[in-house]
Design a protein around this ligand. Structure first.
Ligand SMILES: N[C@@H](CCC[C@H](N)C(=O)O)C(=O)O
Length: 278
């Protein structure tokens, strides 16, 4: 059976997107890994499924699979591509699109300039809900983490999916390839974790690299950008509106503080369409 897909990207974080409203898709971990393979498949960081709604008040359901085949709760760059996809495919004519995910509902807004703005919902700091093994939440949501005999300081939070955020002096020489996999699979993060390395340039500007759970380092991570800004604000380093420079390009992230949702704005681009044998 042949399945139609669209290859998309947001700041070089790339996706294979399927319309699972109008075609039947049986996506298991093995098929997800084959699709994501850059030599034997299409090649992508995540596979996104656009499904009929499950949550009340939403227009669609959004499912996300990492390149290693694991199904996850949230994906920020994918959310912007989701909005562009459902409009381009004629699945909706709305500019404001409420979407259900495994982490709850989010709202996507197609802006007149072509960018997509997303209400990513509230960050979650309670350790058990991240999930992260800590006795209780600290005042600035940072914790010591023992890695290879050294004690690192990490910010820990969930943007629907788990994130650890480290502050580094210089992003280009940050030990992303070495520490990323060690922290991703650290026993204190029982569901594994996405690992962000953030250099603070000013209260309104950061540089960020993310070692993504189930993928490795990507050119950009939308939830990682949101988590970095939220963690930076909780530590008193950042303002409400922050420009996040990632290897693949820039995002704007806004967070007014506890009790408020996180907003993310950036591009979403269709690359090509294709068919693949299931
Ligand atoms: N690329 C994403 C995050 C995708 C999921 C993540 N790897 C996880 O396992 O939680 C983004 O843009 O947020």
């Amino acid at each position: 059976m042949k399945l139609r897909f669209t290859k998309m990207q947001g700041l070089g974080n790339d996706f294979v997107v399927f319309d699972a409203v109008r075609q039947q898709i049986d996506l298991d971990a093995a098929f997800a890994r084959r699709l994501a393979d850059r030599r034997f498949g299409v090649g992508c960081d995540q596979i996104l499924l656009v499904e009929p709604p499950r949550l009340p008040g939403t227009d669609f359901h959004y499912r996300i699979f990492n390149a290693d085949g694991s199904e996850v709760e949230q994906c920020g760059n994918g959310a912007r591509c989701f909005a562009r996809f459902v409009r381009d495919q004629g699945l909706t004519d709305r500019d404001e699109i409420p979407v259900g995910t495994a982490a709850g509902a989010i709202r996507l807004y197609l802006e007149p300039d072509g960018q997509v703005r997303v209400d990513m919902g509230m960050p979650e700091f309670r350790p058990a809900h991240i999930p992260f093994r800590a006795a209780s939440e600290t005042a600035d949501a940072t914790y010591p983490l023992a890695v290879e005999g050294q004690t690192l300081t990490i910010g820990a939070l969930s943007m629907g999916n788990p994130h650890a955020v480290l502050i580094v002096e210089e992003i280009d020489s940050a030990p992303v390839a070495h520490l990323g996999p060690l922290i991703e699979r650290h026993p204190d993060f029982p569901a594994r974790v996405n690992v962000g390395f953030m250099q603070v340039l000013s209260p309104t500007e950061i540089r960020l690299r993310v070692y993504e759970r189930g993928v490795g380092e990507t050119l950009a991570c939308g939830t990682g950008a949101c988590a970095a800004v939220v963690s930076g604000r909780r530590r008193g380093w950042l303002s409400e509106r922050v420009r996040v420079a990632l290897p693949g390009g820039e995002l704007m992230v806004e967070w007014a503080g506890p009790g408020h949702p996180v907003w993310m704005t950036g591009p979403a681009v269709r690359v090509f369409e294709g068919e693949i044998e299931r």
